[in-house]
Design a protein around this ligand. Structure first.
Ligand code: MSP
Length: 522
């Protein structure tokens, strides 16, 4: 099947459990989805970004008990922390969903009833290995040395009568769907992981809990002695938030949805969710973007291990755009990455302060020194004769950026821009404007060089917008290309070489990224 191009794009983050405060791992997924959606805006798409909190289940009841409060009050308080952090991360979500929202609960019940009436949900007794951390049953073969691969704990044997969802019925259909839609699960290694898991028979999914054991869930519409929670509740957020079934947003944005998740939850997203949609007669979402873990000294950053970093502290210490840049540049999307203070400082000092910051300040300072800030413009004859145009280099940076960003290879996209930055720094050294400036006869050549550099900076400034929007806008302002209202330049607009107008007075440069004193920070 050919990949369909959606001009309305809906991206989501996982809805986070409210049993822990937001940490750097959560911040990463939210920022990655925000970067990707801003990039989609550069491609001219209309966009919708969703995030929220997952508030039912054992874990939340336990956490509330520990804090001597009710699950309602506890969930509300922690959910607010996840909502309040978004502006500090500069994540521009369009909606924030909570699974305790009455509208969400209605949609979950509607879908359950439909699937139950179609006889894809049945009642049975079951004994299995249950991980409370993941809130799901495990098959022996999924465990590592008898322990949950994610929590490192030994699952408990639980025997209960419950409702089950007939996933096995849809196994062949799912394999075929994944194989015929090559971009359904990205990057490739996770698609292969799911396909290899699907080589073994799929077990049906336990979707309920008796109210005698848990009440903090959504009552089953066909048996009020039971609740559903976790995956049958949480995954449905992606459509309840859009107002399924009749909402205008649902009509516009579904099925053009890509879900951003880390590798811990690819099975629910890559297996349960498409099968739930299929069974409910709803179109299947467009795809899943899976990233790796942020590790600290080799272990996954997580609340249960107790090695979490508060993103707000990092932002306080280094700045918001520095933090966003670091996250996007340091992690190869799909692989794990290590978080250390040393690596963030080194990225800030070398990539931001030395490469980008220096280039920006060199070019604007020279334009001030030689032309009192006024843009001189190019002399086409000299430009051609001395091969001074940077237009082709800019074009290839845009191509490289676009190709990488469209598959969420953020670090590669940034590499393409930084290669261009480094070319421009070399271009300055090779053409030595300071030598040309000594002789009035070289004035047109000097103007041509500075014009090309400023155009190159325009391209860089606009391309980095999704990753570091605040800095991009600040640079746009200094280059006199900022716009009111619509801040995003589309890729098509960026490609048009020669946008900076002659005679414009360009500001004196300020410091974009102060260098971090390594002695102090380390
Ligand atoms: N509530 C479920 C998701 C339901 S979605 C329908 C859940 N919540 S969670 O709070 O545990 O969030 C897991 C997600 O948080 C990961 O998939 C990832 O997006 C993010 N991360 C949590 N720790 C992380 C790292 N150490 N590294 C990278 N991402 C991390 O699962």
């Amino acid at each position: 099947m050919k990949d369909i191009k959606f001009n309305k794009q809906f991206f989501s983050t996982p809805i986070y459990y409210v049993n822990a405060k937001p940490h750097l791992g959560h911040a990463y997924t939210s920022i990655a989805a925000d970067v990707a959606i801003r990039f989609k805006q550069m491609e001219g798409c209309e966009t919708f970004l969703l995030t929220g909190t997952d508030e039912h289940g054992d874990k939340i009841v336990q956490a509330a008990e520990n804090q001597k409060t009710t699950p309602e009050k506890y969930a509300k308080r922690v959910s607010k922390l996840f909502q309040d952090i978004l502006p500090s991360l500069n994540v521009e979500n369009n909606y924030f969903i909570r699974t305790t929202d009455p509208a969400h609960i209605k949609v979950v019940q509607k879908i359950l009833l439909k699937i139950y009436n179609d006889e894809d949900i049945y009642f049975s007794s079951y004994e299995g290995l249950y991980c409370f951390g993941c809130e799901r049953f495990y098959q022996e073969r999924e465990l590592q040395d008898g322990k949950c691969p994610d929590h490192g704990t030994t699952p408990e044997i639980i025997k209960e009568s419950n409702y089950f969802f007939k996933m096995s019925k849809y196994q062949e259909w799912l394999i075929n769907h994944i194989k015929t839609n090559p971009n359904f699960i990205r990057p490739e290694q996770y698609k292969n992981e799911i396909l290899s898991f699907l080589k073994e028979p799929l077990e049906d999914l336990c979707i309920s809990r008796p109210k005698t054991r848990l009440t903090w869930g959504i009552t089953l519409p066909f048996d009020e002695k039971f609740v559903t929670y976790v995956w049958f509740d949480a995954l449905v957020n992606y459509i309840s938030a859009l107002g399924y079934p009749d909402g205008e947003l649902f009509r516009q944005f579904w099925p053009g949805a890509r879900h951003f998740v880390a590798k811990d939850i690819i099975k629910p997203h890559g297996i349960y969710w498409p099968i739930m949609l299929k069974a409910a007669g709803i179109e299947i979402y467009q795809g899943l973007n899976v990233h790796g873990f942020w590790n600290v000294k080799g272990s996954k950053m997580s609340k249960s291990i107790g090695n979490v970093t508060n993103p707000l502290e990092v932002i306080d210490a280094y700045g918001l755009d520095q933090f966003r840049y670091f996250l996007m540049r340091e992690m190869v999307f799909g692989l794990d990455a290590n978080f250390t203070q040393k690596s963030i400082v080194s990225r800030i000092n070398s990539d931001l302060a030395n490469d980008l910051g220096n280039l920006f300040s060199r070019v604007l300072s020279m334009n001030h020194k030689y032309f009192q800030g006024k843009v001189k413009g190019t002399d086409p004859r000299i430009e051609k004769e001395k091969s001074l145009s940077l237009a082709l280099e800019a074009e290839s940076a845009i191509d490289g950026f676009q190709k990488a960003m469209s598959i969420c290879a953020f670090s590669k996209g940034l590499e393409a821009v930084w290669q261009f930055i480094s070319k421009m720094n070399k271009y300055i050294d090779t053409n030595a404007p300071w030598t040309l400036a000594k002789d009035e006869a070289n004035i047109d050549e000097l103007g041509t060089i500075l014009y090309n550099l400023m155009e190159g900076l325009r391209v860089v400034t606009c391309l980095i917008y999704p990753i570091i929007p605040q800095t991009s806008l600040k640079m746009q302002k200094m280059l006199c290309i900022q716009r009111d209202g619509k801040q995003v330049y589309t890729l098509e607009e960026i490609r048009l070489w020669g946008q900076i107008k002659e005679e414009t007075i360009i500001a004196k440069p300020g410091i974009l990224f102060p260098r971090i004193d390594t002695g102090k920070k380390e």
